[in-house]
Write a protein that binds this ligand. Sequence first.
Ligand code: ADE
Length: 435
Amino acid sequence: MSRVKDPSLAPKGRQQIYWAERNMPVLLAIRRRFAEEKPLSGLRIAASLHVTKETAVLVKTLIAGGAKVALVPSNPLSTQDDVAAALAEDGVEVYAWRGMGERDYYNAIGFALSTSPDITLDDGADLTTSLHKLAHGVRDEVIGYVLETAGGLDFKALAAKVKGGTEETTTGVIRLRALHRSGQLLYPIIAVNDSYTKYLFDNRYGTGQSTWDGIMRATNSLIAGKVVVVAGYGWVGRGIAIRAKGLGARRVVVVEVDPIKALEAVFDGFEVMPMSEAAEIGDIFVTATGDIHVIRVEHILKMKDGAILANAGHFNVEVDVEGLEKIAKAKRSIRPYLDEYELPNGRRVYLIGEGRLANLVAAEGHPSEVMDMSFANQALAAEYIAKHKLPLGVHKLPYELDAEVARLKLATMGIRIEELTEEQRKYLSSWELGT
Ligand code: ADE
């Protein structure tokens, strides 16, 4: 059973998937191998991922490997309805539409659990943590919504049946490591995010480009000449800051709590200051910290008239939207995914996509070329879980598989690299030779 917005959008979705496939050669190479070897034969996979054309290419790869897949969103506002319709028409169990409320969103998670998966794929860990809450007897409002569609299951038995799960994003990995530290993790996780061929590319170049794509589609603002403030100098923040420079921003200011990362930002050529100071000078603010309330009411009240706020972190908590809603004298929608708030001081600020991921809400998420590597890691992680009995814990994918993704990507780009000579190999493995 599927629930999508409009099944008649399927032909449009199919074309989008075709376009993504053209730009995801690594995943297609894995799909061809999966079709022959069927490493996922007989396994049920429940995936909570952004429902995009790139995710569709991953889902079709998993199906080629023999899996039966249920797909639900990992964000209420990121679903591409045409893609969801195309997948549903192809027999994937999809429960997703753009603009779901919180209840629908957790109903979808419950639906995914009701398929009794052997493997879970997650982006942000809502699916995995929901199952863990249920198995540990934790009940809260959102679990109430999950139970509306997953009621009647034995969740302890369900968690025991799961061979393993994957996690796509930094925020989700942080949550799952905390779950493991608390001693309550019930099945092993592969942190796909921690593969080099994921975070060095997706987090940096994917988010770096797609966040600006979202900001530009929502506002059509010129970036050249602007003062851009980036909160957080992890891989995502770095990508956003470097692309701001490339787009001609007059000043790029980094706000960072970690002294080492802050120093790196200085040496990379950016200004560094606290948010209380940056708030007064910024034209465009982008949050990428993974933490809560990075931009608070006290900062917003200092901002210039016309300031634009965008979030690139996984959850909609980085800008204190509730606080903003409370103090605002008026709010109105200006364009798709752009809301204007009139402040008590008479100034107006503009929030993109309700403070949710600007790249997936106001644009289409990362380009296919980068998701090619991220989702190659997802497919290989699912295969690894299917073939191994992993110990409980949050693991990285073995380096060899990570390097294989890079090798395949280079090959599809027609790029050859240098090889070690025998003499060099010996030199690197000996300790006797010095000056
Ligand atoms: N996360 C970021 N961009 C994405 C995309 N295009 N598809 C799925 N997940 C994503």
